[in-house]
Design a protein around this ligand. Structure first.
Ligand SMILES: [Mg+2]
Length: 217
């Protein structure tokens, strides 16, 4: 896509995804898996039961349910689900440790330049709210939307820049809003996926600076 389209942005809204976009979900999951060691539960058991705690109809979107997970682990280990959940909550309280190092500088940069930021996060509401609340970055956002619905069901204002790492979300948003919003696919893992030209592809959140720099040329 020709980035000059960004020069025409009237409202300067950026809607950012949370997991794997601003937040290192993989490292957070590793910490969750290790949190049960004190009860003699190995991380591998956490991993093996993880997928089963995601409702089948939502598996492609990876909606995790810690309460369900705790119950599954309780059945297998006889460790009280309450204790397991408590261990999970302790990790959640440290969510700020799992924010990518470039996240806050990038958010700050855009807020200081009068961009309006939305956080649009997908997932189980209470769990997701806990992560966001303890992440230390909520203050940068004018609006925080936590939803169990795909992002294409949200009506974004015209010319909103939507940043997401999830290819499925990007494809669905493209189908529905390709003429009204600006899509940015954050491809941290350098996946070789063909996407339409008009979708901006970046490998690191810091590449968003380029969008702004272009505006000032
Ligand atoms: Mg994501």
């Amino acid at each position: 896509m020709d980035l000059s389209v960004l020069l025409l942005m009237p409202k300067k809204i950026i809607a950012l995804d949370f997991d794997r976009t601003l937040f290192d979900t993989e490292h957070f999951k590793i910490a969750l898996s290790k949190s049960l060691k004190k009860y003699g539960i190995p991380p591998v058991l956490w991993r093996q039961t993880y997928e089963r705690s995601i409702p089948k109809n939502l598996i492609k979107y990876q909606i995790y349910r810690p309460e369900k997970h705790a119950k599954i682990i309780q059945k297998l280990t006889k460790v009280d689900a309450e204790k397991i959940l408590d261990a999970f909550h302790k990790v959640t309280k440290q969510a700020s440790k799992f924010i990518y190092k470039e996240t806050a500088p990038v958010l700050k940069f855009f807020v200081n330049r009068n961009f309006t930021l939305y956080l649009v996060s997908f997932g189980d509401c209470a769990h997701q709210r806990g992560k966001i609340e303890h992440s230390g970055i909520a203050k940068y956002f004018k609006k925080i939307i936590i939803s169990n619905k795909p992002k294409a069901s949200i009506k974004f204002p015209d010319k909103t820049i939507v940043v997401d790492d999830n290819i499925l979300e990007i494809k669905n948003l493209y189908k529905k809003y390709k003429d009204t919003i600006i899509l940015v696919w954050l491809n941290r893992e350098n996946k070789k996926t063909k996407l339409p030209e008009s979708i901006i592809k970046i490998k690191n959140l810091k590449n968003l600076f380029k969008l702004y720099n272009f505006r000032t040329l």
